[in-house]
Write a protein that binds this ligand. Structure first.
Ligand SMILES: *[C@@H]1O[C@H](CO)[C@@H](O)[C@H](O)[C@H]1NC(C)=O
Ligand SMILES: *[C@@H]1O[C@H](CO)[C@@H](O)[C@H](O)[C@H]1NC(C)=O
Length: 297
């Protein structure tokens, strides 16, 4: 399976027309094989930002789906499915679940995960990651925040987000996008992204960007859909919750805009990924159907 890693220096990406930041060929359902391929391509660097930790923030309360992390998907709790995928990422030195809930903590310890208890006052995933990072005994250079509601996240996406920060010293944050399906173009829950020709984020919006002069969706334009995974430089993560909310962040209700509005650089990788997040109880059945169809145990 061809996985073309982002180019190792940014001048090379511009020389090849800005396409080098794209990670190709991620296939759902072949996680183990793909992880082996990624392990081959992924050379753990000895230098810049070499130590990475994956943190899966998980809370019990949720307005749309109470107890979501513990919901069973084909017989296993969703949080376990996510954790198993994250454990396949070859770029991570350590993986922890960060939660404020004893039920989630017990469940996670039961299947062998490391758990960090965080306070109930964390307002969102990045605050929970920040607190977990402070409570971790060891020092890490990179923190990857993996949302527990994407049980089919490919480990190569995690490796891609880590590599992006290792190869772009000027970026403090990295994330991933995939192709937006035309039928999702006007869905404000699908966040769109535009990038410059070296793969640095320019803007994110709930509206369709770029916007065609005709006012319609251009069927020929490769619109980008933002995926819920973030890589942080750990020093940046420590100050991030303290940065004041910014106007565009508040208007779009998109946390990542705070990074850009404060003038920080954000590296984006493009991956092939069918987004199938679990937001509501109905989504469980959909994802189980998909897993059966693709023969995922
Ligand atoms: C807008 O979209 C149409 C197709 O719907 C395309 O032909 C055109 O090139 C796009 N751009 C502009 C500036 O019209
Ligand atoms: C998450 O917390 C940050 C502070 O860390 C805040 O700026 C942001 O608005 C919060 N986002 C949401 C969706 O609550």
């Amino acid at each position: 399976m061809p996985i073309c890693a982002p180019s190792s220096d940014s001048s090379a990406s511009s020389a090849s027309g800005g396409r080098a930041w794209i990670v190709h060929g991620l296939a759902l359902g072949a996680a183990a094989a793909a992880a082996a391929a990624a392990a081959y391509l992924y050379r753990r660097p000895s230098g810049f930002r070499s130590r990475a930790v994956g943190i899966i923030p998980a809370r019990f309360a949720s307005s749309r789906f109470e107890g979501k992390p513990l919901a069973h998907i084909l017989g296993k709790p969703m949080i376990q499915r996510t954790w198993e995928r994250v454990m396949l990422a070859s770029s991570l030195d350590h993986v922890v679940v960060a939660t404020d809930d004893e039920r989630i903590a017990d469940c996670c310890r039961g299947f062998g995960a490391d758990v960090i208890m965080t306070s109930e006052s964390c307002r969102n995933g990045s605050e929970r990651c920040c607190e977990a990072l402070q409570k971790l005994g060891k020092r890490y250079d990179i923190v990857v925040n993996i949302q527990g509601d994407e049980p089919l996240i490919e480990p190569e996406i995690i490796d891609g987000v880590v590599m992006a920060l290792q190869r772009a010293p000027d970026a403090v944050f990295s994330t991933a996008v995939t192709s937006l399906k035309p039928e999702d173009a006007s869905d404000t829950n699908r966040v769109k992204c535009v990038v410059d020709n070296q793969g640095y984020a320019i803007y994110f919006s709930r509206g369709l960007i770029p916007s065609n002069k005709s006012g319609k969706v251009n069927p020929n334009y490769p619109y980008l859909l933002h995926l819920g995974i973030s890589g942080f430089d750990s020093k940046f993560l420590m100050i991030y919750p303290e940065l004041s909310p910014t106007p565009l962040q508040l208007e779009e209700d998109l946390e990542q805009l705070k990074v850009l509005e404060n003038g920080y650089r954000m590296k984006v990788i493009k991956v092939d990924h069918d987004a199938h997040g679990v937001d509501a109880p109905e989504d469980v059945e959909k994802i189980e159907e998909l897993m059966r169809a693709r023969n995922i145990q």
